[in-house]
Ligand binder design. Structure first.
Ligand code: 5GP
Length: 180
């Protein structure tokens, strides 16, 4: 869902969170002004991979996306909004990371959201076709599954889970599904 609404809401409402700014080789969409991502060429991205610049990176729908390694001096919790392959890498490097799978309430709603932001037919069809296998991997990986049927509630739920985690950090067996 891109650097979406939930992530922006979370950082706006929780001043202990800092949103990571990803690099991508995809072109900016209409309406994106350049602060959503660092938009780079494939050459620049590949050079950064070779330099060990990324905490994780993945190819998604033909484009590369990656999270710069966070500045070790940042004291806030770092929020990544990323797809499943990247989250799997984060899990390997940071077993204590809290991973949330945020789901559209239905495939119909997912389709509407993709179309609503102006994605073309072919892109929407490719995204929808790849969703079932991503879902299976995401469910296997995630500590919390959030159904995004109400943005405000989904945001609140994540914030309250984060509160709880700060009080008592995650144990590996925790897995919950929550309707937002
Ligand atoms: P979009 O092109 O719609 O902005 O993003 C496509 C997918 O890439 C989304 O699922 C988004 O969460 C994911 N994504 C965005 N940034 C990163 C990143 O840095 N790493 C990974 N692995 N995925 C990302």
């Amino acid at each position: 869902m891109g650097k979406g609404t939930i992530a922006s809401r979370l950082v706006a409402e929780d001043d202990r969170l800092s949103l990571s700014r990803s690099w991508t080789t995809r072109a900016p969409r209409a309406g994106e002004h350049g602060d959503e991502y660092v938009f780079v060429t494939r050459e620049a991205f590949e050079a950064a991979i070779d330099d060990g610049f990324f905490l994780e990176w993945a190819q998604f729908q033909g484009n590369l996306y990656g999270t710069p390694r966070p500045d070790p001096h940042v004291v806030r919790d770092v929020l990544l909004e990323i797809e499943v392959q990247g989250a799997e890498q984060v899990r390997r490097e940071h077993p204590d990371a809290a991973i949330f799978l945020v789901l559209a309430p239905s495939m119909e709603q997912l389709e509407q959201r993709l179309r609503g932001r102006g994605d073309g037919d072919e892109h929407v069809q490719r995204r929808l076709a790849s969703t079932p296998s991503e879902l299976a991997r995401g469910r296997a990986l995630a500590d919390y599954v959030i159904i995004n049927d109400d943005l405000e509630r989904a945001t609140r739920q994540i914030l309250s889970i984060l509160e709880g985690l700060r009080r008592s950090p995650r144990t590996p067996s925790t897995k919950e599904t929550t309707h937002g």
